[in-house]
Design a protein around this ligand. Structure first.
Ligand SMILES: [Zn+2]
Length: 347
C-alpha cells in the first residue's frame, strides 16, 4: 500500500512491559467481527486492524501508522484521493467514542482470551504540514480507554467538552450527491429540479393528482347518499377500500404540504437508490429559482458512535424532525436544526 508523507519526527516507542501490538491484533480483529453496528467507526477500525496485520511483523513502528488517505483507501471510500474530505470523515466517525462506549465488552473479550492487555487507537498529530497518523497501541486492562493523542490539540479539548454527548453536528450531502431510484429518476434526474421547469410541473401534478382523487372519492360518497337500498357486502368492501385509499392520498398531500411549509421532509425509501442511506427532500432557493432536491443530513451519535438519521417525533411532535441513533433510536435522540446543522440531546 502507499505510504505517504511519513513524519520524520521522533516516535515514542511502546513502553516496556506492554506486549507487541501484533500479539493483540488477532484478538482485536475477532472482537470487531462480533460487533453488529452500522457505524463508520467500525469500518475504520476493521480497516486499521487489517492494514496493521499486513505489516505486523515490521520492527519499524512508523510502518504501523496510517494517515487519513491510507485509511480511506483501505475502507474503499470515495474520498480516497481527497485528504481533507477523508480527514473530516474520520473525525466525524468518532473512533474514541466508539471504543470507550464499548470498552467493557472489548475488555471482557480480551480477558476471556487470557489477555491482560487490550488495544486502543492512538492518534499522533505532528506539528506543521505533517499529517495526523493513526495506529493501534496496547494498554493494560483497567486504564482509561479513548484515543491517545500524542500531541494534545484542539480536537482533544473538543472531545472532552462533548464527552457527555450533549451536542451533535450534522454533516450535509448536497443535492446531486444522493442517487434517486430508477422510479424517481424521471422526476429527480440527478437528484434535484427547479420548481419552474417541466419537472417542477410534473412534481406539482404528483400533488394535484391525489387531490383530484380525494375530490372524486368525496363526490362518490356524496352521490351514494341518494341511493335508497339496504347495505350490501359490496358497499362495505368499497368503504374499507375507499378509507384506505383516502388515507394514503391524504398522507401524500400532507407530505407535500410539509415540504412547502417546513422546507424538509424524509424521502420515501422507494424514491431512493438501493445502496443509499436515508435521505431528505429539501426545498431551497438558489438565486431566484426555487429548487427541490434530495439531500442528506447525517451525523455520528456522540454517545455510541453509531449513525444518526432523521425521523419524525411522536405525539405533539409528529411534525418535528429529530436525529435518532440507529442503534438506540428511543434513547439517543437529538434535536435537528437544518440551518445551524446542530442539535442537542433530548434524551
Ligand atoms: Zn447512539
Amino acid at each position: 500500500m502507499l505510504r505517504s508523507e511519513l513524519s520524520p519526527t521522533s516516535h515514542q516507542p511502546v513502553a516496556n512491559g506492554l506486549p507487541a501490538v501484533r500479539e493483540l491484533l488477532p484478538c482485536f480483529r475477532d472482537w470487531l467481527a462480533t460487533q453488529r453496528d452500522e457505524a463508520k467507526a467500525l469500518t475504520l477500525l476493521r480497516a486499521l486492524t487489517d492494514e496493521s496485520l499486513k505489516v505486523a511483523g515490521s520492527t519499524d513502528l512508523q510502518q504501523l501508522e496510517f494517515d487519513a488517505l491510507d485509511l480511506a483507501q483501505a475502507c474503499q471510500w470515495p474520498e480516497c484521493d481527497d485528504f481533507d474530505a477523508a480527514s473530516r470523515k474520520i473525525k466525524s466517525a468518532n473512533l474514541e467514542k466508539y471504543l470507550s462506549s464499548r470498552a467493557a465488552d472489548q475488555e471482557a473479550f480480551f480477558v476471556r482470551h487470557g489477555l491482560q492487555h487490550a488495544l486502543r487507537v492512538c492518534k499522533r498529530s505532528p506539528s506543521g504540514r505533517h499529517r495526523a497518523q493513526w495506529s493501534l497501541e496496547p494498554y493494560l486492562l483497567g486504564s482509561p480507554v479513548g484515543i491517545i493523542d500524542a500531541q494534545s490539540d484542539n480536537e482533544l479539548v473538543e472531545a472532552r467538552l462533548g464527552a457527555d454527548g450533549a451536542q451533535i453536528e450534522y454533516d450535509y450531502a448536497v443535492a446531486g450527491t444522493v442517487r434517486p431510484s430508477w422510479l424517481a429518476r424521471p422526476l429527480f434526474g440527478s437528484g434535484w429540479f427547479k420548481t419552474r421547469s417541466l419537472r417542477g410541473l410534473l412534481f406539482a401534478c404528483t400533488g394535484l393528482a391525489p387531490m383530484v382523487c380525494v375530490a372524486g372519492l368525496v363526490a362518490t360518497v356524496w352521490l351514494m347518499l341518494f341511493v335508497r337500498r339496504p347495505v350490501t357486502t359490496a358497499d362495505l368492501a368499497f368503504l374499507v377500500f375507499g378509507a384506505g385509499l383516502g388515507w394514503m392520498l391524504w398522507s401524500s398531500i400532507r407530505s407535500l404540504w410539509w415540504l412547502l411549509a417546513d422546507r424538509i421532509i424524509p424521502v420515501a425509501d422507494v424514491l431512493l437508490g438501493w445502496s443509499e442511506a436515508p435521505a431528505q427532500l429539501e426545498s431551497f432557493k438558489d438565486g431566484n429559482a426555487r429548487i427541490v432536491g434530495m439531500v442528506r443530513y447525517s451525523a455520528t451519535c456522540p454517545v455510541c458512535a453509531a449513525a444518526v438519521e432523521l425521523r419524525y417525533g411522536e405525539g405533539n411532535e409528529r411534525r418535528r424532525l429529530f436525529g435518532c441513533c440507529v442503534e438506540a433510536p428511543q434513547e439517543h435522540v437529538f434535536t435537528f436544526d437544518r440551518v445551524t446543522r446542530r442539535g442537542r440531546r433530548v434524551r
